[in-house]
Design a protein around this ligand. Structure first.
Ligand code: GRF
Length: 228
C-alpha cells in the first residue's frame, strides 16, 4: 500500500502567480505532495479564480472579521486542521503571522520573499535593491519562524542586476525565478527530502549551511509555466 501524499494548503492574498506555478508543477507530476486547498484572506484575490479553474477547494478567512492577529491566526489554524493539512505554503499571503499560527506548523510552513535574504527583509525590495546598487538580487524560499522574513533559507533564485534594470524588470525577472524555485522547495518538503531540525534545515540528510542557489543564466532555456 502506498502512503497518501502530504496535503498542501496554499495561502494567498492576490494574483497567485506562485500558486499557478505550483498547480502547473503538480499537473506535470513534479510535486510529491497534493495541493488540497487554497485559502485567501481576501475574497477578491485573483488567485481564487486560478484555484477554481484547477478544480480546487477554495476558502476565504477574512482578517477583518477578527479583532486581532491572534484570533485571526487561531481561525486559520482551525481551518487548516479541519482540512487535514500537512504543509502550508505562503504564496503572497500579505499578513504578519504570530506564533499562534507558526508553532503548530513548525517545519511545515514555507514562504517566498522577493529578495536574497537576509538582504531586504520587508517591503519594496526591488526599489531598495536599485537604491543600494546591488549587483545581485532575486528571491528566497525559507521556513517561517516568528521573526519576519528571518527563518532558515532553503533555495534562492539569483539574478544579476544591470544598469538598464528598473523596478519593473527586477520584479519580472525575480518572479520568473520564484516560479522555478518554489515548486522545487515544496517538492523537497513534501517528499521528505527537506526537513527542519530545530532551527537547522537539512536536505537529503545534510545540513544546508547556505541556501541552494539557482542562477538565472542556468535557466534561460527552462520552460516555465504561463504564470503572469
Ligand atoms: C511574490 O513576489 C512573493 O515573493 C511575495 O508576494 C508576491 C506574490 O505574488 N511574497 P503572486 O501572488 O504569487 O503572484
Amino acid at each position: 500500500m502506498t502512503s497518501p501524499k502530504p496535503r498542501i494548503a496554499v495561502l494567498i492574498s492576490g494574483s497567485g502567480s506562485n500558486l499557478q506555478a505550483l498547480l502547473d508543477a503538480a499537473a506535470q507530476g513534479a510535486l510529491a505532495g497534493e495541493i488540497s486547498a487554497v485559502i485567501s484572506n481576501r475574497n477578491d484575490a485573483y488567485g481564487l479564480q486560478r484555484a477554481a479553474a484547477a478544480g480546487l477547494e477554495q476558502h476565504v478567512v477574512d482578517h477583518r472579521n477578527y479583532p486581532d492577529r491572534e484570533s485571526f491566526d487561531a481561525a486559520l489554524v482551525a481551518k487548516l486542521k479541519e482540512l487535514d493539512t500537512d504543509i502550508v505554503v505562503l504564496a503572497g499571503f500579505m499578513r504578519i503571522l504570530t506564533p499562534t499560527f507558526i508553532e503548530p506548523f513548525w517545519g511545515r510552513l514555507l514562504n517566498i520573499h522577493p529578495s536574497l535574504l537576509p538582504a531586504f527583509r520587508g517591503l519594496h525590495t526591488h526599489q531598495r535593491a536599485l537604491e543600494e546598487q546591488v549587483s545581485e538580487h532575486g528571491c528566497t524560499v525559507h521556513f517561517v519562524t516568528p521573526e519576519l522574513d528571518a527563518g532558515p533559507s532553503i533555495i534562492q533564485g539569483v539574478i544579476r542586476v544591470t544598469e538598464q534594470d528598473t523596478e519593473q524588470t527586477l520584479q519580472r525577472r525575480t518572479q520568473r525565478m520564484e516560479h522555478l524555485i518554489y515548486p522545487r522547495a515544496v517538492d523537497w518538503l513534501s517528499s521528505g527530502r527537506l526537513e527542519l531540525d530545530g532551527n537547522l534545515p537539512h536536505l537529503d540528510g545534510e545540513q544546508l549551511k547556505a541556501p541552494v542557489r539557482l542562477h538565472e543564466e542556468e535557466t534561460e532555456n527552462t520552460q516555465h509555466a504561463s504564470t503572469d
